[in-house]
Design a protein around this ligand. Structure first.
Ligand SMILES: N[C@@H](CCC(=O)N[C@@H](CS)C(=O)NCC(=O)O)C(=O)O
Length: 209
């Protein structure tokens, strides 16, 4: 059994979606990051950067892992799914791009545009432009490739999807990006994605395009 210590955020949803996709038994332990539970000593032992998500693999000597990309790789290797050995070089590029660029920059866009509008014109404009650029770049990639790393749905798509699922916060207009919208709809229709997206099991649904 995998224990997923998490909060209901895009980085958290990556892992619940993956666990649903590979059909592993798991339980969610909620970490309330708004109440600073990520700074509790027991959690810091598992997550040195004090961030969710974390997993504990109770079937493998209680091995614990932090960093969502590393967790996706671990689960991909363990399940033999969505991380095809022959495509790993390609998958890694798109996964690392999500981890280092798409996620952190859209995260900053959330901070300025969604949570704190009016506090910094510079910050709002900077991250709005970057978010728009990310949409364009993903759309361009998906005009040439069905999924991010190639013809197959992989952990790179699983890592990226929950960030695009915040498109209503982004105000970029997902509809305008035909290929990205198509990719988004296709992934939204997967039953495992719908289940994993509803991390807290409260009937949360994926925002439509
Ligand atoms: N690179 C990390 C980022 C994780 C991350 O930013 N987690 C956020 C929630 S989405 C968090 O725990 N924030 C609490 C904090 O920074 O204090 C990963 O992908 O796992």
């Amino acid at each position: 059994m995998i224990e997923l210590l998490t909060a209901n955020t895009p980085n958290g949803k990556k892992i619940s979606i993956m666990l649903e996709e590979i059909n592993f038994k798991y339980k969610v332990t909620k970490i309330n990051i708004n109440k600073d539970e990520q700074f509790k000593p027991d959690f810091i032992k598992l997550s040195p950067f004090r961030k969710i998500p974390v997993i504990i693999d109770h079937d493998s000597n209680k091995k614990s892992l932090f960093e969502s990309g590393a967790i996706l790789i671990y689960l991909g290797e363990k399940s033999g799914k969505f991380y095809n050995k022959d495509q790993r070089t390609n998958i890694n590029q798109w996964l690392m791009g999500q981890m280092a660029y798409v996620g952190p920059f859209l995260g900053q866009h959330h901070q300025f545009h969604h949570y704190n509008p009016g506090k910094s014109e510079f910050g709002e404009q900077r991250y709005f432009k970057i978010a728009e650029k990310i949409y364009k770049e993903l759309d361009e990639r998906l005009s040439a490739s069905k999924f991010l790393a190639g013809n197959d749905y992989t952990i790179a798509d699983i890592a990226t999807f929950p960030w695009i699922a915040r498109h209503e916060w982004h105000d970029i207009g997902l509809k305008k990006f035909i290929n990205l919208s198509q990719w988004y709809k296709e992934i939204s229709n997967r039953e495992a994605v719908q289940k994993g997206y509803d991390l807290l099991k409260k009937g949360e649904t994926i925002p439509e395009v």
